[in-house]
Design a protein around this ligand. Structure first.
Ligand SMILES: C[S@@+](CC[C@H](N)C(=O)[O-])C[C@H]1O[C@@H](n2cnc3c(N)ncnc32)[C@H](O)[C@@H]1O
Length: 262
């Protein structure tokens, strides 16, 4: 800003036929301030505000991708969450006869992976219109043959009957749920007795990238949870056989809980 200010002052002085440093020193400094510094400061401030607002709006697309703006974010998430998802899915055995639900399915890559692991139907649920469109497009052939279905729904009110699924997965989505205990209970409702919930996240409190992630996630919703908090949440939502795995270097966490056998 300062070089421009000097340059502007010199230009103004030249246009008025005055010595070049006329506007740099008192008694013209009040005029300099009003004419140059203040507008420049206001312009810079405005640019920062517009930039931050834009960044915040774009970041919100991660939380709830819209149909058009959300698209590039969903493509990016499909790519960037793939290794994390594989790591988490390796923690359990997906039976060929499993009916599976992926909650917060985003761009639909996890649905695609799950469909290669089971011969039964794989469902995706997401409350964002953009995610439903993108997941359906990503799995178009499987949707056409009836092996995959994607529905628009919140985790808080899943449109499925009780005891329907052998496995429910939730990847990089739990941070945004509005009512954690009840949302976890809602998932337990749709699980078969003995069925498993698998929560996978690339950040947790005390994990490798927790600080940066926690700050980011807090901007969008709730912050990250610690291992203990994850365990307590599962217990409150009445899951049994709770198992937690960490990949400390990468800050990844995988939480498994089972619905008790009837
Ligand atoms: C960061 S993206 C992760 C998407 C995908 N699971 C992945 O791993 O790439 C979070 C997703 O969770 C969805 N989501 C957030 N809150 C939700 C809620 N209350 N109910 C259903 N879906 C939700 C968002 O719409 C978004 O698609």
């Amino acid at each position: 800003m300062l070089p421009f200010f000097h340059w502007d002052c010199r230009c103004l002085a030249l246009t008025k036929g005055l010595p070049q440093d006329t506007f740099m020193y008192p008694p013209d400094c009040t005029m300099n301030f009003v004419m140059f510094v203040l507008p420049l400061a206001l312009w810079s401030g405005l640019r920062i505000i517009v930039g931050l607002t834009l960044a915040f709006c774009l970041m919100r697309q991660v939380r709830k991708p819209s149909r058009w703006l959300g698209r590039p974010f969903l493509w990016m998430m499909n790519k960037s969450h793939s290794a994390l998802t594989d790591w988490g899915l390796q923690r359990l055995k997906v039976g060929k006869d499993f009916t599976v639900l992926d909650v917060g399915c985003g761009g639909g890559r996890t649905i695609q992976k799950l469909a290669t692991m089971t011969n039964r139907k794989v469902y995706g649920a997401d409350y964002a219109a953009g995610s439903v469109v993108e997941s359906t497009a990503k799995n178009a052939e499987l949707v056409a043959t009836g092996r995959v279905a994607v529905v628009r729904a919140s985790v808080s009110a899943l449109p499925f009957c009780d005891s329907m699924f052998d496995l429910v997965t939730a990847i990089e989505t739990q941070y945004y749920w509005p009512d954690l205990v009840n949302d976890m209970k809602e998932i337990r409702r749709v699980l078969k007795p003995g069925g498993t919930l698998l929560v996978i996240a690339e950040a947790y409190k005390y994990g490798g990238n927790a600080r940066a992630h926690d700050a980011l996630v807090k901007l969008l919703g709730k912050g990250c949870m610690s291992v203990t908090e994850h365990r307590e949440l599962c217990a409150k939502a009445e899951y049994t056989d709770i198992e937690i795995r960490e990949e400390r270097k990468r800050g990844w966490i995988c939480v498994m809980g089972r619905k008790a056998e009837a």
